[in-house]
Design a protein around this ligand. Structure first.
Ligand SMILES: [Zn+2]
Length: 114
């Protein structure tokens, strides 16, 4: 009986562990670019084929400085989607992706200077 409980707890921990582990573990913009976008931020989500068409082989893409006319569209792989044979994007990873791209909306250059 005790063993059963321990096993259940282990399974549960394993699951929440997966939920909390950010995938992909995308690096974040430096502080000066890590702030709300002063304009309209649009987030469009895709599966692998959609993102391939929009961005190439990437998790997400955005025009540095936005699209013009006060808008910035973030194209990003949706939660639960991913590249064939790879781990799927989770909620925490999705947030990291959008935040990374928002940095580009705010002018963070594509070569990611710190
Ligand atoms: Zn980037």
């Amino acid at each position: 009986m005790l063993l059963k409980w321990l096993l259940a707890a282990a399974l549960l921990l394993g699951q929440t562990g997966n939920l909390w582990a950010a995938w992909p573990p995308m690096f974040q913009p430096p502080k000066r670019y890590d702030h709300p976008y002063r304009g309209k931020l649009i987030v469009k989500t895709y599966g692998a084929w959609g993102i391939l068409r929009q961005c190439g082989y990437a998790w997400a893409c955005t025009y540095v400085g936005g699209d013009g006319n006060g808008r910035c569209t973030v194209h990003v792989m949706a939660v639960g989607r991913g590249w064939l044979g790879q781990r799927k994007v989770d909620v925490a990873g999705f947030r990291l992706l959008v935040n990374h791209e928002r940095g580009h909306c705010n002018g963070w250059p594509a070569n990611h200077p710190r």
